[in-house]
Write a protein that binds this ligand. Structure first.
Ligand code: SAM
Length: 277
């Protein structure tokens, strides 16, 4: 599906409209993946006119996902992961990160993108401890009542709920209530991990965040909201934040010393991990 022109018709999975951009494919393009179409790359090209380093949003998000999963598997001893909005398979998927630490760890992936369903599923369901379900991650009742999810994960034991790089694609204001439904369904000692496009509320950052949001929302992808710290913190209802709290993704336990300052784009995405007391 890669290349400068539109895909060959035969390369398009059934049910996929190559004239409409998809969140999963735009994200794949930003991570230099190959499962994207011209229309997806055009979304990034448009955002690049106001934010040349837009790909850094995706990289900061993905690297945070990997580091936080490592923490959950090693330090928190979590062995059940509900990965909401899995995205297309890429270099280090959740199950590869956590099963390297604990081969018995189980990962349940959820996504609703037809390309993820068409060929990502096979790669993500690599062994019997990984499973994929097609459902709407912004409908907690649907997810929490889903028979395959209830069968695969043990809700009597701690679960890590990953909602990484997803909520900025939800345009409503009731995300906190929806997250409360997820948190209510899991036992104490469970965790929630979220990364989200961020408006740091300084004149310089807010201007950039507004410009990027305008390009994303008015693109064929149609979403990409930059929320404030207060709005994003509300997505962790009743949870104790793991140190250092909700911070720039790059500042959440970085792998090593930083030799270069973070560019402005990297200052527009935050992540955090909360624990149910
Ligand atoms: N979580 C991965 C990560 O952080 O690397 C992928 C993030 S990607 C930016 C967001 C994913 O959420 C996409 O794969 C998209 O298809 C999925 N998604 C968006 N809205 C969804 C919905 N309503 N139901 C299920 N999946 C959704």
């Amino acid at each position: 599906m890669t290349g400068a022109t539109a895909p060959y018709p035969s390369a398009v999975p059934v049910g996929v409209d190559p004239t409409r951009a998809s969140i999963a494919r735009v994200y794949d393009a930003a991570l230099n993946g190959k499962d994207n179409y011209e229309i997806d790359r055009q979304v990034l090209a448009q955002v690049r006119t106001v934010a040349p380093q837009v790909n850094d949003l995706a990289w900061a998000n993905r690297d945070f996902l990997i580091r936080s999963c490592r923490f959950l598997a090693i330090q928190a001893g979590i062995d059940q992961f509900l990965d909401l909005g899995s995205g297309l398979p890429t270099a280090e998927n959740t199950h590869q990160v956590v099963q390297r630490v604990n081969p018995e760890a189980k990962v349940l992936y959820v996504d609703n993108d037809p390309v993820v369903l068409a060929h990502g599923r096979a790669l993500l369901e690599e062994n019997e401890r990984t499973h994929f379900v097609a459902a709407d991650i912004f409908q907690p009742d649907e997810i929490l009542g889903h028979p395959e999810i209830r069968d695969f994960l043990d809700f009597e034991r701690p679960i890590a709920i990953l909602h990484v790089g997803t909520w900025h694609h939800y345009l409503g204001d009731d995300g906190g209530d929806k997250m409360a439904a997820y948190v209510d369904a899991v036992v104490p000692g469970s965790y929630v991990t979220i990364a989200h496009f961020f408006d740091p509320e300084t004149p310089e950052h807010s201007e950039l965040a507004r410009k990027m949001e305008d390009k994303f929302v008015h693109s064929p992808m149609g979403s990409g909201k930059f929320r404030t710290r207060e709005q994003i913190q509300a997505l962790f209802p009743g949870l104790e934040m793991v140190e250092p709290g909700l911070v720039l993704c790059d500042d959440w336990w970085p792998d090593g010393p930083r030799l270069q300052p973070l560019n402005l784009v990297r200052q527009c995405i935050v992540g955090g991990v909360g624990r149910k007391p």
